[in-house]
Design a protein around this ligand. Structure first.
Ligand code: CA
Length: 231
């Protein structure tokens, strides 16, 4: 699953350069040239990461950052501010407005890609291709394979995404609603019971290698991934 990045930048040449570089690196790219367009974009597709220019024609990018952080739907989106302003106070303001990182123009596309990768790894590890190992269980997003020890554990695409999300957020408990948002996608109207169906299929897929215990039900709260046995 490739990450979708929204670039908010009013200078067409920079916007194009960024789009080409990010697409080349395998990201899906959406663009906006002011904060109004950006909000409309976000309304229709929730991006996995936002690149936000500081100086925009309708209002400062920093104001948009504050708005995004104040709204439950957009609060968690990883955000990198791009700016020609490089004073320490600007950086502090940007970070206080909710930016996760800050790049001063001009920057090299390589540096930007490295920052994006590291931010996604930190904030949305299920969107990176890094293989994950937890106990005997190993999941490789590149080959879309899961192994329990030496044994391959075939599973459907939804079960794979569900396991990938849970493994990258081990120990944390997620409600059915949160799992729908994270794994099925925002704006998808699926009944919460659907989650239970896929959890059951996932456990069944893991059971030949006795790894089904890693998908744990937390009564009244939801599900979690843990390699520790619980009762
Ligand atoms: Ca600008």
């Amino acid at each position: 699953m490739s990450a979708t990045i929204l670039i908010i930048e009013d200078e067409p040449a920079i916007l194009e350069l960024l789009s080409i570089n990010l697409q080349h690196a395998g990201y899906a790219v959406n663009t906006a040239q002011d904060t109004r367009q950006a909000l409309a974009q976000i309304q229709s597709v929730l991006p996995d990461l936002i690149l936000l220019d500081w100086m925009l024609p309708d209002q400062p990018g920093i104001r948009l950052a504050q708005q995004l952080r104040a709204a439950p739907r957009t609060r968690e989106i990883p955000l990198i501010m791009l700016t020609a302003r490089g004073t320490e106070q600007d950086k502090v303001d940007g970070l206080e407005a909710g930016a996760d990182d800050y790049l001063t123009k001009p920057f090299s596309p390589r540096e930007l890609l490295a920052r994006i990768k590291s931010l996604l790894r930190r904030r949305a590890p299920q969107l990176t291709p890094d293989p994950i190992q937890a106990g005997d269980l190993r999941l490789d997003p590149n080959t879309r394979q899961v192994f329990g020890g030496q044994q391959a554990l075939p599973m459907g695409p939804t079960e794979f995404r569900l396991l990938h999300f849970l493994m990258t957020h081990a120990q944390r408990v997620y409600s059915r609603g949160q799992l729908l948002d994270q794994v099925w996608g925002d704006h998808v109207f699926v009944e919460e019971r659907t989650v239970d169906v896929h959890i059951r299929r996932l456990r069944k897929a893991l059971s030949p290698a006795r790894q089904d215990h890693t998908i744990q039900t937390v009564r009244g709260a939801g599900y979690r991934f843990s390699t520790t046995h619980t009762e």
